[in-house]
Design a protein around this ligand. Structure first.
Ligand code: FAD
Length: 463
């Protein structure tokens, strides 16, 4: 039996059900199809992993073919060229990709090639965790409790040997833009790097996770999202390692739970988008589709550039621009600022994140924006408008996160750092800051913007 394993967002060898089954069932060759145009940070990040995966597969005697055609054309060509009997693939839970999988199955049937699909990168299959009434959970906490009590999927063991189909492997190189080379220095690509990240997180930071997860300055969350987003590690491996008995001191139990709860938000997002295929483009609560957005171009531009005059927002947007990553707490605050303070359509923010985040994940990004907006089923209510000043005081109390990314304010302290627009002129002069020149005046007044956002909501409420 000759089997083609089709790689997509599962760029690893461990806990790879399709590869493991293929190794058992026959001789194996692997294939990856490159996106036609690469634009986003995540696109370039993905290709670094593909290159690393190719080396890892080669070491085990496996070939990775690189395709550039459309999915169906490319797979058909490979099947014909290498006389493939079956294609094995891990499932996607995004509807456009599911449709493509179904089209592939139909196209390959015509040339007598079977497609076998395996469980993708989730702790539970979307659709398997249901309420007593057999419905999808709409709210996270009961979903999480049910998932915790269910039998969470276990990692698939890695086969000991593979029988590879030997063919000439094409060259594959990508010209990475300079901006991209700059942002990913902190994160080496590949499955081994992902496993090392998991290990060092468990050893160094897991025991303090519940405190650190809200402190952007600490950089003590797992940062596994960058690896999960391309499948260099599976959530099942993370779950198993974190919950492993005896490897961590007992007092860490609550911390483990806090971390696992966060990891389960990912499964919740996957389940929600499986149920609401249009959640990337349409509000899940329909009234939000009637919202009148301002979409002021200058305001959008200043938000993107971290020039809003609110230090925490600016630090977050500059972190994103400079590193391709942003801390979760700050993602919530900058997103809220865009949709509520600036009245900009959430889809503009979602699109910008999809271009700039190296950990871009379609499900998590869509759910994140719907949550912030208040338009998801389990979401922060619309009237909960984050105050960008008090959020900074609470979660960056010594201002070190702000100072790291907004260095022009680094000589200000305390209240003056969090509210430079209220600082005395002498204090600003001493710190070398002229507002409107070195650092912008606020783009909007917090109180007025909050009031305006609440009024806009009244217009659509109940529609
Ligand atoms: P940790 O705190 O170490 O958490 C471990 C893992 O749990 C994460 O890697 C992630 O897989 C999962 N997780 C944690 N928090 C969430 C959450 N709120 N929702 C879903 N899964 C979560 N995450 C992405 O992976 N890609 C995105 O494109 C993305 N866009 C977002 C957009 C907005 C507006 C918001 C508010 C959140 C978004 N998130 C996204 C969720 C979250 O911010 C990141 O998963 C997290 O910051 C990643 O850092 P970490 O791996 O250190 O997280």
């Amino acid at each position: 039996n000759k089997i083609l394993v089709l790689y997509r967002r599962d760029l690893r060898m461990m806990d790879h059900p399709a590869l493991a089954a293929a190794a058992k069932d026959g001789r194996v060759i692997c294939g990856y199809i490159k996106k036609q145009t690469l634009t986003s940070a995540h696109d370039f990040w993905t290709l670094r992993h593909v290159n690393q995966l190719k080396k890892d597969l080669n070491q085990e005697g496996l070939t990775l073919l690189m395709g550039e055609k459309s999915l169906i054309e490319q797979v058909k060509t490979w099947c014909t060229d290498y006389e493939i009997d079956a294609v094995y693939v891990n499932r996607s839970y995004l509807h456009d990709e599911i449709t493509l999988e179904e089209e592939l199955i139909a196209a390959l049937k015509k040339i007598n090639v079977d497609v076998h699909r395996f469980v993708g990168d989730v702790l539970s299959k979307p659709g398997s965790i249901l309420t007593n009434k057999g419905e999808y959970y709409k709210v996270f906490t009961p979903f999480y409790k049910a998932l915790r009590q269910s039998s969470i999927l276990r990692p698939t063991p890695k086969p000991e040997t593979y029988h590879g189909i030997k063919v000439k492997q094409g060259q594959f190189s990508v010209d990475e833009p300079a901006w991209f080379k700059k942002i990913v220095d902190k994160s080496p690509p590949g499955e081994q790097a992902a496993m090392m990240r998991l290990e060092s997180f468990c050893e160094d930071y897991l025991s303090g996770y519940s405190h650190a997860r809200d402190r952007p300055a600490l950089e003590e969350t797992s940062r596994l999202s960058v690896y999960l987003s391309i499948g260099a590690i599976s959530p099942r491996i993370i779950y198993q390692r974190v919950m492993a008995e005896n490897t961590l001191p007992a007092h860490v139990d609550e911390e483990k739970e806090a971390f696992i709860r966060q990891l389960m938000w990912r499964d919740f997002s996957y389940q929600q988008l499986y149920q609401h295929p249009k959640a990337e483009t349409e509000a899940m609560r329909k009234e939000f589709d009637y919202f009148k957005w301002l979409n002021d171009e200058d305001a959008i531009d200043r938000w993107k550039k971290g020039q809003t005059g609110y230090p925490l927002i600016d630090a977050g947007m500059r972190e994103l621009y400079e590193t391709g990553y942003m801390h979760n707490r700050v993602r919530m605050v900058v997103a809220s600022f865009l949709v509520k303070h600036l009245l900009v359509d959430w889809r503009i923010g979602l699109h910008y994140f999809s271009e700039t985040l190296i950990d871009h994940d379609r499900q998590n990004n869509a759910l994140g924006w719907q949550w912030v907006m208040g338009s998801g089923f389990d979401a922060s209510p619309y009237f909960r408008i984050f105050n960008p000043i008090t959020q900074a005081e609470k979660f960056d109390p010594d201002g070190s996160y702000i100072k790291r990314y907004v260095p022009e304010l680094s000589k200000l302290e305390g209240r003056d750092l969090f509210r430079p627009f209220e600082a005395k002129v002498e204090t600003l002069t001493k710190a070398g800051v002229t507002l409107g020149k070195d650092y912008p005046l606020p783009l909007v007044d917090h109180k007025k913007a909050r009031q305006r956002a609440l009024e806009r909501y009244q217009d659509v409420k109940g529609k």
